[in-house]
Design a protein around this ligand. Sequence first.
Ligand SMILES: Cc1cc2nc3c(=O)[nH]c(=O)nc-3n(C[C@H](O)[C@H](O)[C@H](O)COP(=O)(O)OP(=O)(O)OC[C@H]3O[C@@H](n4cnc5c(N)ncnc54)[C@H](O)[C@@H]3O)c2cc1C
Ligand code: HEM
Length: 392
Amino acid sequence: MLTPQQEQLVAATAPVVAEHLDAITQRFYPVLFERYPQVKALFNAAHQTSGGQPRALAAAVLRYVQLRGDREQAKAALALVVDKHVSLNIRPDHYPLVGECLMAAIGEVLGEAVTAEIAGAWQAVYEELAGLLIELEAARYEQFAALPGGWRGARGFHVAATRQESAEIRSFVLAPDDGQPVADFAPGQFIGVKLLIDGEPVFRHYSLSAAPNGRTYRLSIKREPGGRVSEYFHARMSEGARLELLPPAGELTLAEGASPVVLLSAGVGQTPMLSLAAQALAAGRSVTYVHAARSADVHAFGDEVAALAERYPQRLRSVVCYEQADGDAAPDHLGRIDRELLARLLPEDEPLCYLVGPQGFMHCVDTQLEALGVPAERRRFEHFGPSRPLHA
Ligand SMILES: Cc1cc2nc3c(=O)[nH]c(=O)nc-3n(C[C@H](O)[C@H](O)[C@H](O)COP(=O)(O)OP(=O)(O)OC[C@H]3O[C@@H](n4cnc5c(N)ncnc54)[C@H](O)[C@@H]3O)c2cc1C
Ligand code: HEM
């Protein structure tokens, strides 16, 4: 709890901290990795190089400072942070390390302007925020461990089957080493993966690409040229290969109700859509499934979506878009998803739209949906990396 004097100090210095927060978080990660190399493996190095993770941290801290007067709003704003943490098994004992390095980075960037009182006030804000995250994460760990087939921390799995879905994407069906059931997740969620590569632990998030079945989970991974984990999966993770999974999490889940669902994906962004479509159709809702691929050879899951369409001919409309013509392959739409196509496809009664793909794709489709009258609360999206605004 902040003292009244600390409240005043935080309010008075918040604009200066906000102005320098990008520099502070950029400095924070090198300090953290130097002082505590044991936590470095948890972070994706590419998200550091791109600056995406430092920016996401800065945005979250600022948002918390704005919202901390309203605990419920603050909790809602932290939902995705909690998801990312839970699926990496971030623990309470990690927080003091991060707090120490964040304060050190504030001191380095703002220099002598940071008096002992100002430092104390910001330390108190950090502790309040850390306390809230620890509480929310503890509840999620408990909840997941209590589910039939749930667990705590990392659980050993192995590759039970693989399937090449397109020139770039391969699916990996993962079964638990203990042969026991695995907990259901909410369709649309992702899971934390821990691999040992050359003896070093490496962590990544992957969407669960098949509906829950109680026995296995499926990941579908695009080979990224130069990508550490995806290349390893494609080159080395054949049947029997071992890995560990951390709890599933994520906010891109199906909102309750009967409204028609529109799923719009590009490339590997299709992975969460498959289980969302199955869930919505099983619940009696109508689904418009729009998928954009560069060309036929990189178009994955065409057969799976066709099988769903056969099962639900009245309620599933599938539209495949190729950016480029490709031999005899005949997409439903040639070229990018544009406003005219969306206007034709959007159901009339309050569609609920989900978007996953590269930033450019989501920015463009989201802009068009907005122009077509779909309100923000009916447009949901997820980044396959640190989250950021769609319209900066
Ligand atoms: C919620 C969520 C869900 C996801 N779901 C999926 C999914 O279903 N399927 C899927 O395939 N992916 C998914 N991802 C992405 C996945 O987590 C990985 O980011 C992706 O597989 C790339 O990881 P990598 O280790 O192969 O590549 P990385 O090693 O992380 O590299 C990524 C890219 O950056 C480049 N790079 C790496 N290091 C540097 C550097 N130092 N300087 C410059 N460039 C560099 C690499 O060449 C590569 O092109 C998801 C991510 C999130 C957050
Ligand atoms: C108050 C403290 C913290 C805040 C505000 C915070 C905030 C965030 C945010 C905003 C993200 C990105 C979420 C997104 O993608 O949208 C994130 C991801 C992450 N956080 Fe934290 N975090 C805190 C503490 C910690 C601690 C203690 C650890 C453990 C060392 C940790 C490890 C991670 C990791 C590994 C990721 C994923 C990074 C990646 O994708 O490379 N965080 N956190």
